[in-house]
Ligand binder design. Structure first.
Ligand SMILES: Nc1ncnc2c1ncn2[C@@H]1O[C@H](COP(=O)(O)OP(=O)(O)OP(=O)(O)O)[C@@H](O)[C@H]1O
Ligand SMILES: [Mg+2]
Length: 503
């Protein structure tokens, strides 16, 4: 094309206490391309995009936008230069309408806003890019996927020519992901630029034109997607070749005693609609039971009900014969239920506290049994967990909020897995993790089961379920619609039942 670059970053350095998050990164991004940023947890992807959007100032290096050198002091500066960020954690006002949210923050918006003109412009943008959403709907009425569309509309409305999306698909269902990709392709077809951050190699292969891989804060290569493969990208990312093997499990032959017994439970979702309808299931000692299903079919509510975070409207839950009280998290914990929620932002971690304290929170009671908080044993345990889970942190005293997204997730997993529960509810435990970390988490999950924990694994990732579970249940519209032992699982059949088709 011979055009100047949309974005040219040269020699970017950003240091934090104890880490060099970006280490002389050079990056060249064209107009009209989807450019993927790939890298392990803590590789420096979010830091780089925060520099591009004016949230951080680099310690060294230069940024050029369309051939002109820029220095940003705030996200507003970046937006004025045409660079907008679509945040994963939405910053929308839930009681406002879509149109109101789109103009919110515009300099002279609120008072003189011409409602009709705004709604018309929003409608035009949403038609043009396939971002279906009703401008007059209120945010709380929208699904997560629709809310993300509002975030995209917001930056488009402000005239962004470069859009950065940090792990946008982590919150989407497969269908929503496909729709998002269509939108992204429509935007680059018009000459805009999309920077797409993801851990999912197949998504990167499907949507991007080029890929830049970061490792340890450095750019280790930029490749044309068409000339690359998931295998190449994975080994660039971790610096070695990665094997995607089925985890070998010694399935105990004898009938396992039941640890978790869920009997005939029903529950409502946040909007008061029926989310679970008469669900019954059991998990045996040392067994991994997988729940397959498209997101939004009651999986989240099921995990919440079992872990006492959501009341049930009928039914009973027991652990080794002892009843768990409805809607009482403390009762669930006391009976030995641990829970890794899918939403890693509201994980029950104390983000301003140290990695060490967070790793210890669950074991607090045992460790301080004699009313003495045993600092030494807390420290020893945390050092051990940091190593076993490969948590990338400058030290065990670093506050959790300073870790990268994936490493925060590892802290939570390490804590819940090591709490020696009887039952472990793991909801999408590897979402947002890089390939190396996924290997580790899967191994630890299998180890937990091998040591006798009953595991309920909830995931939309069918490959994950098929490679780990002993038995697979399929959820659809709040019910269990199918059950198959893993060794006789048929991908196609599960796929069909997940979509509500009876086989
Ligand atoms: N505000 C901050 N203060 C201190 N350290 C930080 C800060 N932000 C990031 N870091 C550190 O910089 C490094 C890079 O983090 P970054 O968030 O950019 O990684 P990432 O590639 O986005 O990872 P993930 O895939 O897990 O989201 C990490 O070691 C992280 O702990
Ligand atoms: Mg990140």
């Amino acid at each position: 094309m011979g055009l100047e670059s949309a974005i040219k970053m040269t020699g970017i350095v950003k240091k934090f206490p104890g880490v060099v998050a970006n280490d002389h990164v050079n990056l060249d991004i064209n107009f009209g391309e989807v450019h993927a940023l790939l890298g392990e947890n803590g590789a420096g992807k979010s830091t780089l995009s925060n520099i591009l959007t004016g949230l951080y100032r680099p310690d060294d290096g230069t940024v050029e936008v369309a051939g002109a050198k820029v220095e940003f002091n705030s996200p507003r500066d970046a937006l004025n230069a045409g660079i907008g960020m679509v945040h994963q954690h939405f910053r929308l006002v839930s009681t406002f309408t879509v149109a109101e949210n789109v103009v919110l923050g515009e300099s002279d918006s609120s008072i003189f806003m011409d409602q009709k003109a705004v709604a018309a412009r929003v409608k035009e943008l949403s038609d043009r890019y396939g971002l279906a959403v009703d401008p007059s709907a209120r945010i709380w009425q929208l699904s997560v996927g629709e809310q993300q569309r509002v975030e995209i509309l917001k930056v488009l409305y402000r005239g962004a020519r470069v859009l950065i999306l940090d792990e946008p698909t982590a919150v989407l269902t497969p269908i929503e992901t496909t729709e998002l990709f269509k939108t992204l392709r429509a935007m680059v077809a018009e000459g805009r630029t999309v920077i797409f951050i993801s851990h999912k190699l197949d998504e990167v292969m499907a949507v991007s034109d080029r890929v830049t891989v970061l490792r340890g804060g450095r750019n280790v290569g930029t490749v044309n997607t068409r000339e690359s493969s998931t295998r190449d990208l994975a080994s660039l990312m971790v610096g070695r070749s990665v094997e995607f093997n089925r985890v070998q499990r010694a399935v105990p032959a004898e009938a396992r005693s039941v640890v978790l017994n869920v009997s005939d439970i029903s529950a409502h979702d946040d909007r008061g609609r029926v989310a679970l309808q008469s669900i019954s299931l059991t998990v045996g000692r040392g067994e991994i039971v997988g729940i397959a299903g498209v997101a939004g079919n009651g999986q989240r509510e099921l995990a919440e009900v079992i872990s006492g975070m959501r009341p049930m409207t009928s039914g009973t839950i027991s652990v080794q014969g002892e009843n768990v009280q409805s809607g009482k998290a403390r009762s669930a914990i006391a009976k030995g239920i641990a829970h890794v929620p899918e939403d890693r932002l509201h994980t029950g971690l104390a983000s301003s506290h140290s990695v060490e304290d967070n790793l210890a929170l669950k074991n607090y009671r045992t460790m301080s049994r004699f009313r003495i908080l045993k600092r030494q044993s807390i420290r020893a345990q945390s050092t051990d967990l940091i190593e076993r889970y490969d948590i990338k942190t400058p030290g065990s005293h670093t506050p959790v909020r300073l870790l990268s997204g994936g490493n925060v997730q590892k802290v939570l997993l390490a804590r819940e897995f090591s709490a020696l529960p009887k039952v472990l509810i793991a909801a999408s435990p590897t979402r947002g993790l890089d390939v190396g970390a996924i290997e580790i988490v899967r191994e630890r999950l299998v180890q937990a089961a091998d040591s006798g924990v009953g595991v309920l694994l909830i995931s939309e990732d069918l490959d994950e379920i098929m490679s780990l579970a002993d038995r697979i249940l399929v959820m659809y519209e709040g019910r269990i619609v199918d059950e198959v032992p893993a060794d006789r699982a048929d991908r196609e059949r599960i796929g069909l039942t997940m979509g509500g088709i009876k086989v």
